[in-house]
Design a protein around this ligand. Sequence first.
Ligand SMILES: N[C@@H](CCC(=O)N[C@@H](CS)C(=O)NCC(=O)O)C(=O)O
Length: 212
Amino acid sequence: MLKFYCAPWSRASTVFWLLEELAQPYEIEIVDIRAPGGVPESYREIQPNKKVPAIEHDGTIVTERAAICIYLADTFPEAGLAPPIGDGRRAAYLTRLVYCDSVFDPAVAARAQGWQYVSNNFSFGLFDDMVTNLEKLLSRQPYAVGESFTAADTQLAGGINFTMNILKVLPALAVFKDYVARATDRPAYRRYAAKEAELAQHVTPPPFAGRG
Ligand SMILES: N[C@@H](CCC(=O)N[C@@H](CS)C(=O)NCC(=O)O)C(=O)O
């Protein structure tokens, strides 16, 4: 049994997309993270910081997006979304998938909050370095790990899409627009987006609802 704890239009969205790519049956448990009363304390049993996403797979709970994606893509290898151990692309795959949470997300958040800092103050470094790194990467190859779509792309393209088109913090570079268009032109992405839009009608909307 695979259960997905999520909130529509949140950091759970990229995992939602990945679940559709995997084509495995899963149950959805909505956590209304924006409800006036907040997330119930009982949810700490699943996610200690009361955040989404989380998954429960045959009684095992996994939290943190990077860990969830690595776990899911390895657990269901038939989807072909994770270069296996021993594959020459594995190192790049792990590096880029983890980069989304360890560098990309906090660097964008710091920029959105207007923080002033030097690179060494924070493990994620400077926003401009992150943008240059991704611009270079996606200028030389169509996907995060080369020629084929992997679970690193649900994280990277999902993150770029949201922060460029909704938050409007990431610069709308042609290379980013092309990458998002390429990565989201997939039946699994369309299934995920339709399911998420439906679920969004049943929860407290995010502050950015309607933007874009
Ligand atoms: N480090 C977590 C962060 C997830 C996260 O920030 N989730 C936000 C939604 S965008 C959340 O659940 N916020 C609810 C809260 O903090 O109460 C991960 O990557 O899985």
